[in-house]
Write a protein that binds this ligand. Sequence first.
Ligand code: COA
Length: 259
Amino acid sequence: MSNTVILTQSDGVAVLTLNRPDKLNALNAELLEQLESMLYSVQTDRSIRVVVITGSGPKAFAAGADIAELNAQDAYSGRLFAERGQRVFNLIERLGKPVIAAVNGFALGGGCELAMACHIRFASDNARFGQPEINLGIIPGYGGTQRLPRLVGSAKALELILSGDLVLATDALTMGLVNRVYPAAELLTATMTFATSLATKAPLALTACLEAVQLADDTSMLEGLHGEANLFGRICGTHDFKEGTQAFVEKRQATFTGS
Ligand code: COA
């Protein structure tokens, strides 16, 4: 088995690097399996508070599902193929820790869908985004038809999904698909600076923020507000909440322990 995903760790931040640069980090079954297993391990590791996902090589974050594997699917296996990718991407979305995509080049098809499953996206100025599945005679299957309209609205999402056109990082920024754009040489450093700063914040409150904002996609306004109040109450019972407010009163830096 090759190392199709590499895990490194520093200052509470785990970096998962997709590692098939000769295939533009296309998401094959082996890569998805390794990614899933590493996600489970960072999820349960209390020393990891934030996760960054990026691609190896100068050209691609991920150029999509592996087209050679895709080509072998039929009506039955195709559904399972889509559900497999969706499971891994849902795990990212529901990881309980902030996941930041550092999009260092092409983010196409499954690569764009992977970036969209992350909570925040930073891109290099040479990144390109798109859902080009239509050009292969198929539709997005790893969540693109659901997450793209939620991020950019259904009109823009349909423009991309129906045309298969790629957009520049600056256009992705304008439409709300990415949070920030950096010169390529600065992307990883800037992402790590942001991630390391998130890693100093109260972990249980970070998790509650993720859960609460997810409710905005999953439920009605009233259910979402109900959920927000429940989460707020839960966090008021934590040691870190007492520490954060006490530190403010005492004019000192808070130290959060995740309890
Ligand atoms: N699946 C499998 N292999 C892929 C791939 C994918 N999604 N995307 C790129 N590759 C492979 C190429 O086959 C090539 O392999 P080879 O050197 O063994 O022939 C290698 O990665 C480099 O790609 P190449 O096409 O030569 O690079 P390029 O710079 O000329 O073009 C792209 C870059 C991204 C425009 C082009 O690779 C592309 O269109 N890829 C497919 C994108 C796509 O449709 N994604 C959705 C899939 S559902």
